[in-house]
Design a protein around this ligand. Structure first.
Ligand code: URA
Length: 210
């Protein structure tokens, strides 16, 4: 993947995203839509996975069939909202290894605070896909990628649903080697660090908290 930012403006993605943005969309429908979109985004973020072939036998004859090469990839959910994206991607790649980075955003400073870190072994040999629906200030995303690099990750991609220009710029500055895949880049951040027009607090919307 050579582009730093890929916006997946597929009609199905955009339609589902618009439904998710609507305030009146229920928690259950929000989660279902996120699951569906995450699979469409996963298609894009895994487009250039390395392939090899495996000799198999169909009911008709033998063939060299294309299969994924290398170590199983690692999906890293940036808690807690990352779990909403994780589920759909994991459904699509069930053999992926899964890790979690727990960061919460201090509401006053907007800075990330770490409370959990558990990731698969041999990160240096895996494609690592970090998932978090909202790339807002970029503070927590940058911190999560810092931690993944400290743990050995070398080939990282960042998958989100919605990004703010500020977050994209911050990631590009801190981690120019980490391509971002998203469904849309919105206008800006507001004073509280929310994406505008956005969809509100993704964690609250998916888990029904406030
Ligand atoms: N996190 C969210 O859940 N929503 C935003 O708009 C920004 C950060």
């Amino acid at each position: 993947m050579t582009e730093h930012l890929t916006v997946v403006s597929h009609p199905l993605v955009l339609h589902k995203l618009s439904l998710m943005r609507e305030e009146s969309t229920s928690t259950a429908v929000f989660r279902q839509l996120l699951r569906e979109i995450s699979q469409l985004l996963a298609y894009e973020v895994t487009r250039e996975l390395d392939m090899t072939t495996k000799r198999i036998k169909t009911p008709i004859q033998e063939m060299d069939a294309p299969v994924l090469a290398g170590k199983k990839l690692a999906l890293i959910s940036i808690l807690r909202a990352g779990n909403g994206l994780l589920d759909g991607v994991h459904d699509l790649i069930p053999s992926a290894r899964v890790g979690f980075v727990g960061l919460y955003r201090d509401e006053e400073t907007l800075q990330p605070v770490q409370y959990y870190f558990k990731v698969p072994t041999e990160l240096d040999q895996r494609l690592v896909i970090a998932v978090d629906p909202m790339l807002a200030t970029g503070n927590s995303s940058v911190a999560a990628i810092d931690l993944l690099k400290e743990a050995g990750a070398k080939n990282i991609r960042f998958l989100c649903l919605l990004a703010a220009p500020e977050g994209v710029a911050r990631m590009k500055e801190a981690h120019p080697d980490v391509p971002i895949v998203t469904a849309a880049v919105d206008e800006k951040l507001n004073d509280l660090g929310y994406i505008v027009p956005g969809l509100g607090d993704a964690g609250d919307r998916m888990f029904g908290t406030k």
